[in-house]
Design a protein around this ligand. Structure first.
Ligand SMILES: O=C(O)C(=O)C[C@]1(C(=O)O)C=C[C@@H](O)C=C1
Length: 366
């Protein structure tokens, strides 16, 4: 997996954070021309121009993309902006058309990433083709599906790869169109060292107002670029009207973001070294304490086995959970963190005790 190429090595002349912008959908040649001219006039030319040609819509009857004809309009982008172009592909026929019209970068949407059959079909259509592919996270926060889709492309020889974090479907949390889960791109980067992830704040927030804040958070976390839907007349866009911004607003957003350089490795000075040494020491203590706790847990496990008691003790667990969470919150630890930590510890405790019971000699009945 290590032989994949980062965005700067895709041969497209890109460096630093990658900015991808353009309309949600290609609508008419005039629309493409207007967006490009406004980008040029505003002096806010992205690194890559995006335009949806085939739109996966949740329900039928909405604008489902202009289709192949829209790809012929990409010449307009090349003439005005002279930058690479990316579009979404959802099946082998889309790939064939995109390649025919010399699209420079492909992306796979969240609805496709969830379906390994569809991803494999696209990957098979790309066997032997040298083109970068960006894979959006699946609709649900399943890291394995995301990784799996990237692996399918890698296996057919695509080595120019990146992920796109566009948030996750969550029908209860109305604050977002697709809720961000910042742990996911970080997990992806941990699992596949060197894998870069672009953030798509437009699909995360689903409106124009929240884009700047979400984009800044993505950069703070160390993501590698932004994909922002941009239209010369967002209110009258044929799809995603609420979340598209004008080129002028794009310019404002990009000028307000503090682009923290994520390629610079920290060269620790004495102060940082001291702090890290202190953390090393504290982590050692944490591990000693955990070792001690699990030794007690094993003793309780032996007791339970002898007395023929179940591993899970709900009243005791409720007390542990509530009392520790309260204490943790008083020590400025978040309730969410406390609950996750305690669930994790409890899960390990019950697994150990159940294993003790399973592996021990059966207790003789008196
Ligand atoms: O108190 C017990 O019975 C334990 O085994 C300890 C412990 C824990 O991890 O704190 C583990 C399992 C039980 O469900 C309740 C609590």
């Amino acid at each position: 997996m290590s032989d994949h190429l980062q965005i700067k090595d895709w041969g497209l002349g890109l460096s630093g954070h990658t900015i991808i912008a353009g309309p949600c959908s290609a609508e008419t040649p005039e629309q493409i021309e207007k967006v490009c001219l406004e980008m040029k006039n505003q002096n806010t030319v992205p690194d890559i121009f995006r335009a949806g040609i085939w739109k996966p819509r949740t329900r039928p009857g909405l604008f489902e993309g202009i289709g192949e004809e829209g790809l012929t309009w990409m010449e307009i982008v090349r003439n005005i902006l002279n930058i690479p172009i990316t579009t979404e592909v959802g099946n082998a026929a889309h790939v064939e058309m995109a390649l025919k019209h010399k699209v420079d970068v492909l992306w796979v949407g969240a609805r496709t990433t969830v379906n390994p059959f569809a991803v494999q079909e696209i990957a098979d259509a790309l066997r032997g083709v040298d083109i970068p592919v960006m894979v959006k996270n699946p609709m649900n926060p399943d890291l394995q599906l995301w990784l799996g889709a990237l692996e399918r492309f890698h296996k057919v020889g695509i080595n120019k790869l990146a992920g796109i974090h566009r948030g996750f479907s969550d029908s209860y949390d109305k604050r977002f169109r697709n809720k961000p889960n910042w742990s996911m791109p970080i997990h992806l980067k941990r699992e596949w060292p060197g894998m870069q992830v672009i953030n798509d704040p437009s699909h995360i927030v689903g409106n124009r107002e929240g884009i700047l804040e979400t984009a800044q958070r993505a950069i703070n976390f160390g993501l590698d670029g932004l994909m922002i839907e941009t239209h010369h007349d967002p209110d009258n866009a044929w799809s995603d009207a609420k979340q598209q911004v004008t080129p002028a607003r794009l310019k404002e957003i990009l000028s307000q973001i503090d682009f923290i350089d994520n390629t610079v490795e920290i060269n620790p000075d004495e102060h940082l070294n001291d702090l890290r040494n202190a953390v090393d020491h504290l982590d050692d203590q944490l591990l000693d304490i955990l070792q001690e706790r699990f030794s007690m847990i094993d003793q309780i496990g032996a007791y339970k086995r002898e007395r023929h008691l179940t591993v899970f003790q709900s009243d005791r667990w409720k007390y542990v959970m509530e009392s520790r969470t309260k204490k943790g919150v008083a020590k400025n630890l978040s309730e969410k963190f406390m609950k996750e930590l305690l669930y994790c510890i409890h899960e390990e405790s019950v697994k150990r005790q159940e294993k003790q019971i399973r592996e021990a000699e059966p207790v003789k009945k008196a």
